[in-house]
Design a protein around this ligand. Sequence first.
Ligand code: GLA
Length: 680
Amino acid sequence: MNDNALEQLSDRLGGIAYGGDYNPEQWPREVWEEDVRLMREAGVNLVTVGVFSWAFLEPSPGTYEFGLLDEVMDLLHANGIAVDLATATASPPPWFSLRHPEALPVTADGVRLTHGSRQTFCPSSPAYAEAAGRLTERIVERYRDHPALVLWHLHNEWGNHNAHCFCDISAEAFRDWLRQRYGGLDGLNEAWGTAFWSQRYGDWAEVMPPRATAAVANPTQQLDHWRFSSDALLGLHRREAEIVRRLSPGVPLTTNLLVTLEKKVDGFAFAEECDFVSVDQYLTAADPEAHIGLSLDADLARGMGGGAPWLLMEHSTSAVNWQPRNVAKTPGQMRRNSLAHVARGADGVLYFQWRQSRAGAEKWHSAMLPHGGTDTKTWREVTALGRDLKALAEVRGARVVSDVALLFDWNAWWALEMDATPSRDLRYLDLVRAWYEALWSLGVTCDLVHPGSDLSGYRLVLVPSLSLTSDADAAALNGFVADGGHAAVGFFSGVVDEHDHVRLGGHPGAYRDMLGIRVDEFFPLRESETVRLSDGSRASLWTELVEPRGAETVLSFAADPSCGGPVPGHPAVTRHGHGDGVSWYVATRPEADALRGLLARVCREAGVTAAAEVPAGVEAVRRRGPDATYLFLINHSPRDVSVPAAGTDLLSGATADGGVVVRAGDVAVIREHGAPPAGR
Ligand code: GLA
C-alpha cells in the first residue's frame, strides 16, 4: 500500500474520480468521437481501458497491434480524460487455448472447460503466466509515458470465474504449496487429521486437490485448497505487479477486488499488494435493503486499506444482468448508492461500463450511456451526478474514522461453510450482515478489518462470526479486552484453530476465559424454528448450553420449555468483565430489533456514539479532513426528515444552522461549522 497514491491521483484529476470501464473496441471509430464528447458533458475524468482487449492487442501469438489503443489513448488525452489502463490479461483469446489446451481449467468433477466466455485459464498454468507476463510487458513498455496514463489496472476481478482448478498442473502446484506450508508429509498428515477415515499419505504423489469424491472430502484439505487457490492467483498478481513496478515506477497500480461478491480470494492479501484498494460493488436485487449491503462492502473496502480512501472501480447505474431477476434502479437510487460509497471513503465513482453493449453476454447490463442514448433517465442522472461530484471535490482525502471494528476473515468464511458442520444454515455473510445491519440502523460506522489488525485504536470490536481463528488472532482480541477494550462475540466463534481442528476443553476454546463462560453443547434449531428469550423477544437458528464461569447472564432462553427451545432457562447473552475491559457473548441469533437493542447497549457502555441522531432509513457518516468535517446524510426513506446539523450543504449550497431537512430519497453533504464534533 502507498498511502499517498490515491491522493496524488485525485489531485491530478482535481477532484473525485468519475467514469467507468470504456470498451471502444466494441464500437466503430465514429462512435468514439461521440463518446469523448459525452464524457466531457457528464464530467467524466477517468476511464478504465483495455480490460478485455487481449484478442485485439495480440491477435495471434507474439503479434502485437497497438494501433487501436494508441488512437483511443490519444483521443482521451486530447479531451482531458485520464486513463486507468488494464494489463488486459483477464480473457485469453481463443488461439491461446488451442495452443495450450493444458492451460484450460478443470472442475472438481474432471470437466475441462473451454474458451468462449472469459477467464478460462488455470491459475497455476505456467503457459498462462508467461503469456500474460509478455502481454503486460508490451503494454507497459508502450504506454508508460503516455500523458493520459494515471493508473495501472491489473487483470480484472482475480478468480471471479476460475479460482479453483483441479487439473494435474494445479495438483502439482498444490503439492508444492503444501510442501512450503508443512515441510514434510508428517506435518501434512497432522494438519489434515488424516488418521481419520484412513486417509494417511505416505507419498506426495498421493496428495490431491479435493476432486469429486465419494463422501465428505477432508475439511482441512478443502480449506487448504481455498488458501492455495487464492495464493496462486496472488502469485499471478505479483508477477504483473513486478513488471509494472519495474517498467513504470511512479504510476500506481491496483486491481478491482470483489469485496463480498465472491468468497474465492482473500481480499486482505490482495489489498496489501496494491498501491490503494479498489473494489467492485453490485446490489443484490433480492435484498430489500440492498443499500445496507452496499455500506457493508464499502466499510470492508475501507478496512482493507487500513482506513485510507479507496476507489469504487465498478458499480452499476441501474440493473445488472447476472442475477435471477435484475431489478433496475428507481429514480434517485443510483445517486444515493454512488454517494453512499463516497460517504464511506471512496474518492472515485466508476461504473461498469461507459456505453451499454449491443452484443455479447452483457448487453442487458446497464451503463452510463444506455441503449436509448442521452434522452434517458440514466443519462440525465449520470450528468447530474457528475455535477454533484464536482461540488464534492474538497471531500477527497478526508477520512472516515470509526470507533468500532468488525472482524472479517475469508478463512473463517471458507471454514464455516464447509460440509458437515452443526447446521447448514450457518451462512457467513448472513451472520455478519445481521450484526452490521443493527449497527447501521444505530447510525454507528464500523471498519471491517482482518482479525490480525491492530485493534488498539478502537473502543469496541464486534465478532459476529469467526469459527476459525488462529492462536495469534485470538490472543490479539483477548489482549484488546484485557487492556480495556469492549468486545462482543457471536456463537460458534473461536471453536476451531487455523487447521480446522476443534479447540478442546469446552467451547469457545479461543475466547472461553475472556468471555467467562463455557459452552457444553450446541443445540442448533430446525429450519424456521424460533425460541423466546427472557425479555420476550425471539431468536432463531442456534441455541447452546452456556455455563457462566464468571460472566453475568444478561438474557436467557425462556424458562418455559414450550417456548424456550432446547435449553430453557440457560443463558442466551452474557457479559463479563475481563482485565480492564468488557466482553459480551451472544449464543443465538436474536431478531433484528432485539439485536439492535443489545448492540445499542454494548455501544453505550463502550462510549461509542452515532455520527448523528437520524430517523430510521437515514444513513449518516462523517468524513474528517484536515480543515473540515463532512457529514453525509442519505435519506433512503420515503419521508422528508430533519437532522440536527450546522454547516453548508455542498450539494445544494444551502446553509443549515441547527437542523437540515433532507427530502425523501435525497442526499445532503454538510461541511460542518465550528469545531469538529466529538462523535464519529
Ligand atoms: C464484473 C466485471 C465486469 C462486468 C461486471 C458486470 O464486475 O468486472 O467486467 O462483467 O461484473 O456486473
